[in-house]
Each structure stands twice: as structure tokens, then as C-alpha cells.
Design a protein around this ligand. Structure first.
Ligand code: 5BU
Length: 267
């Protein structure tokens, strides 16, 4: 097994240089949760209500801020206050994918000014390493952290094989800013043992459905944490689409946490 997957989250914190990565690893053990909610709602009242109600059970609150129909500049401040109240990190799932110079402006400026409020964001490695450099120039002075999209959960994704391998190599060269991946399994360089630790955050998680009608593919918390050795389960409709989202969040949190306990207790 991966040498890192056997260790507790907080024990792994020492191997990370990015401050957001360190903070996330510690808070997961403190709060006993590896659950992230994908808060894909289109109204700010619903978004903030979700952050307040589910905040106690999650480590990361994942947003798509550009789907809000009624976004205004009070939203980031309100989200940050809830992040402090409930002790979670905010992850704007922006999926940057342009040249370094452009993503710098997209991250710092525009209506959303993502870097000013989101602890974590992510980027496709498709443009090459300049995308990391551009985002880093904005994010690192603010102590932000970046995830690279190594793999996707959707059917037919092109992010696989050598693409994912090169993504891992890019991350290794940028550990000051890149602390992990969006992916479906832990990665090691082909033919080699894993020699550097990263966090793996994994969407495409449901305990009820195998997928949706638009290519999403789901796996269970056990498959993600125990079999694929990922670290954080990201759940959207499985929680906020339920009749009682708080009760569902408690269920997913327990499933994710128990899988983690089993994994770390394995010899
Ligand atoms: P769902 O309702 O649990 O299917 O939502 C999944 C969320 O994760 C949604 O916000 C997607 O944008 C996001 N996602 C994903 O589903 N698969 C991926 O590979 C990546 C992000 Br990257």
C-alpha cells in the first residue's frame, strides 16, 4: 500500500509545504471529517444556508460561484464568516485552463476576485506549467493552495494515463503551491513507489446512484477512500438533493470517516 495512505491526516501534515494543505490535513483530524460538500445551488440564500447547516460536518465547502443568479459582493464575506464559525476551508472549483497571464487576471480580478476569499482553487494542467506559475504569483502571497485536475469522474474523460502522470510531475515541481489533485485514485509514477505525498480530493461520490444522465459516474465512499486511497469525498446531489441534507451529510461523513479509520488501521 501507499506509505502515505496508512498514515493519519495530521501525521502527513509535516510532508507538505503549502500552508493550505497543512491546514486542511490538521482540520480533518480535529473535526473527524473527510467530507466536502459540492454546493451547486443557484441562490445565495440557499448557498449560505447550506454552509451554515452543513458546516459542522465538513472539511471543505466547494463552490461554483458563477452559477449563482443573484451573486453580489456580500457573498464572499458571508462565506468566510461561516468558514471561520464552523472551521472549514472554501474551495472555488474554477477549473482554470488558460495561459499563465490570463489566469492571473481571472483569479485575482473580475467580478468574483476568487483569490481574495477562496482558500483552494483548481486548474487543468492542459496549458502546461505556466498556468501554475500565473496562479501562484497571485495565490502564494495570500497563502492559497492549488489542486491540479489529474483525472475526472465523468465518462470518456481524456485526463488519464500519461496525461495524469505528467500532471503528477508538474505537481512535484510546484509543491510550494500545489498540495494535491482532483482525481479518482492515488497516483505514483509508473514503475516507481510513491515518493511524495499529495492530497487527493475526489468527486463522483454517491451511496445511492451509479451515475446521472450527463456522464457523471459515481462510486461509494469506501471505494474512494479505502480502495483508491483518496483523502476527501466530494458529494453534491447525494446530500443537498436529499429530503434531509443534514442527516445525509452525517451519513456520508460517517461512511468516509470509517473508511479512513479502516485504512489507517490496516497493517
Ligand atoms: P454531484 O452532484 O455529486 O454529482 O456533484 C459533483 C461536483 O463535483 C460538481 O460540482 C462537479 O462540478 C464536480 N466535479 C465532478 O463531478 N467531477 C470531476 O471530475 C470534477 C469536478 Br474535476
Amino acid at each position: 500500500m501507499s506509505p502515505y495512505a496508512k498514515q493519519t491526516y495530521s501525521a502527513r501534515a509535516g510532508g507538505f509545504s503549502n500552508p493550505t494543505g497543512v491546514q486542511l490535513l490538521r482540520l480533518m483530524d480535529e473535526k473527524k471529517t473527510n467530507l466536502s460538500i459540492a454546493a451547486d445551488v443557484t441562490s445565495k440564500v440557499e448557498l449560505l444556508k447550506m454552509a451554515d447547516q452543513l458546516g459542522p460536518y465538513i472539511c471543505v465547502f466547494k463552490t461554483h460561484i458563477d452559477i449563482l443568479s443573484d451573486y453580489d459582493e456580500t457573498v464572499p464575506g458571508a462565506l468566510q464568516a461561516l468558514a471561520e464559525k464552523h472551521h472549514f476551508l472554501i474551495f472555488e472549483d474554477r477549473k482554470f485552463a488558460d495561459i499563465g497571464s490570463t489566469v492571473k487576471s481571472q483569479y485575482a480580478s473580475g467580478i468574483y476576485k476568487i483569490a481574495s476569499w477562496s482558500h483552494i482553487t483548481n486548474a487543468h494542467p492542459i496549458p502546461g506549467e505556466g498556468i501554475i506559475q500565473g496562479l501562484k504569483e497571485v495565490g502564494l502571497p495570500l497563502k492559497r493552495g492549488l489542486l491540479l485536475l489529474a483525472e475526472m469522474s465523468s465518462k470518456g474523460t481524456l485526463a488519464k494515463g500519461e496525461y495524469s502522470q505528467e500532471t503528477l510531475r508538474m505537481a512535484k515541481r510546484n509543491k510550494d503551491f500545489v498540495f494535491g489533485f482532483i482525481g479518482q485514485r492515488r497516483l505514483a509514477e509508473e514503475g516507481a513507489e510513491e515518493d511524495e505525498d499529495f492530497l487527493y480530493l475526489t468527486p463522483g461520490v454517491s451511496m445511492a446512484q451509479p451515475g446521472d444522465s450527463l456522464g457523471q459516474q459515481y462510486r461509494s465512499p469506501e471505494q474512494v477512500i479505502l480502495e483508491s486511497k483518496c483523502d476527501v469525498i466530494i458529494v453534491g446531489r447525494g446530500i443537498y438533493g436529499a429530503a434531509d441534507p443534514v442527516a445525509k451529510a452525517i451519513e456520508y461523513r460517517a461512511a468516509g470517516w470509517n473508511a479512513y479509520l479502516k485504512r489507517t488501521q490496516q497493517a
